[in-house]
Write a protein that binds this ligand. Sequence first.
Ligand code: CP
Length: 292
Amino acid sequence: QRSLLGLKALSKEEIESILDRAAYWEDHPVKVHQAMQGKFAANMFFENSTRTRFSFEVAEKRLGAEVLNFSAAVSSVQKGESIYDTVRTLESMGIDVGIIRLKPIGVLAELATKIKVPLINAGDGNNEHPTQALLDLYTMRKHFGQLKGLSVSIVGDVLHSRVARSNLWALRKFGANVSFCTPPNMQAPELDASYISMDEALKADVVMMLRVQLERHESGMLSSAENYREQYGLTVQRAAKLAEHAIIMHPAPINRNVEIDDELVEHPQSRIFPQMENGVPVRMAVIERALN
Ligand code: CP
């Protein structure tokens, strides 16, 4: 039984085996398999989610698992119960795997030392979002055939982005060249990364736009949405400069017409909805790994 807390600590071979297994599940599109029959999966989201939560639920159901959905907003967390007591409660009821999204960094790592069932990180503050990065790598590998040598520009609010961190750490293991393009107040100085201009960022094989995470901002970080779009947004005009083979990615949710123009979300070069589609087989592979 194996937890998945992040990609920084995972080997290239382990990541590759998850991607390969996801490809297997994509190639075997039976609605419901029996791999997890009789097993209970608990989705414990202490922070809001649409894609991650529902794609884990679809993945669990496609593996034949029984699914428990915990939502902090309608739980005893509202009466002051701690995260540890909540997870321990579900463990005591006999769950086989816990999928957890948390706001405070460090709590998940501590939980994993105390909870015996495998835990899967579904978003850990601004630290890591491993299943998002796995589906991002899967999407890139599917399009380009391999990750080695790819140039990837990650554009936007890197400071608050767990997606940027997991992608940086994972892509480097495969020999991809990752650069960041951010406003000066949205850089992450603790990350050893190169920062490039928007013009440079547009030359990459993959242009990954990030959501401006207003809910994590201190006041005054964003002067205006229009100003941000003008300086760091992927506008129709800028997208015209992309190489023909290049792809546009975004983890979503999207602030349309802020970090990316409305017309580009479903542009032929965009992989934004395929990213979401790929999330299901990737999460099937991650859950299976946790239980085997
Ligand atoms: N990409 C992502 O994590 O989306 P949600 O917040 O909707 O899960």
